[in-house]
Design a protein around this ligand. Structure first.
Ligand code: GLP
Length: 238
């Protein structure tokens, strides 16, 4: 992984959008792995603008959801599903046949993980994977642990993940589990863009930049990926 410092979150979003669009120009039916949360919103807005100015740019792109809160209904405003539909599918006019997703409230989460793995085997790997980082160092919902999991799995969410703004305002008990692609699934991506923005990420960015590779900070494994680019804005820079 290499890293770049950007002056602002706007610059970070603009640079990330340029990188995605450059890749898209080389592969029209590129499979984009899409993180959710506050960090990639600016990137997705830039892509929405590009869809307006360059009709047809996204006519073959495919999107894959990386993770999800387990136990919420699909149309809950807090789901990654709702986020991706609002930030990507609607503005880029992506039909459901170009969207690889999974259920947020499946009857059997274990069977859903098997279905995700089958879907990944058929349609993967991801070409460009957009990642954010949790304040605890998670990527997607691969949470810090003594060992990590290669493929789709049920994640037990740490306290900090349970308090993520996406679900914090819902009232009631936060989800305690998630569904997520695993580390190998993410690592098979041809290109990874790790986006880090905002002062809340300063401490974890300091740890990440130490280049100490540990499963206690899942994002640190990205130092081993041959084509990962980490964009950090000034507010997040330690
Ligand atoms: C969330 C999501 C991740 C996301 C991360 C950071 O819980 N599961 O996919 O990248 O945490 O989110 P944010 O960018 O809002 O800080």
């Amino acid at each position: 992984m290499i890293h770049h410092l950007l002056d602002s979150s706007e610059d970070l979003s603009r640079r990330a959008a340029e990188l995605v669009i450059d890749e898209l120009k080389q592969k029209k039916n590129l499979l984009l792995g899409a993180a959710t949360g506050s960090t990639p919103s600016g990137l997705y807005s830039r892509l929405a603008e590009a869809a307006e100015t360059t009709p047809g740019l996204f006519s073959a792109i495919r999107i894959m959801k990386l993770d999800e809160w387990l136990g919420l209904s699909m149309d809950d405003p807090a789901t990654c599903e709702t986020y991706i539909r609002t930030h990507l599918l609607q503005p880029l006019k992506i039909s459901d046949d170009r969207y690889l997703t999974f259920h947020s409230n499946p009857i059997s989460p274990t069977a859903e993980c098997r279905a995700i793995n089958d879907m990944f085997d058929t349609h993967g790997p991801i070409d460009v994977c957009i990642l954010g980082i949790g304040v605890n160092g998670h990527i997607a919902f691969n949470e810090p642990a003594g060992s990590l999991t290669p493929h789709a799995h049920i994640a037990t969410l740490t306290q900090s993940s349970q308090h993520h703004p996406m679900v914090a305002g819902r009232g009631g008990n936060p989800p305690t589990s998630g569904l997520t692609l695993g580390m190998t699934d993410i690592f098979r991506s041809r290109m990874i863009l790790l986006l880090i923005s905002g002062s809340a990420k300063k401490a974890i960015t300091r740890d990440l930049l130490s280049q100490n590779i540990t499963t206690a900070l899942p994002a640190s494994l990205l130092w081993l990926h041959p084509n990962a680019i980490c964009l950090i804005d000034r507010e997040a820079y330690p």
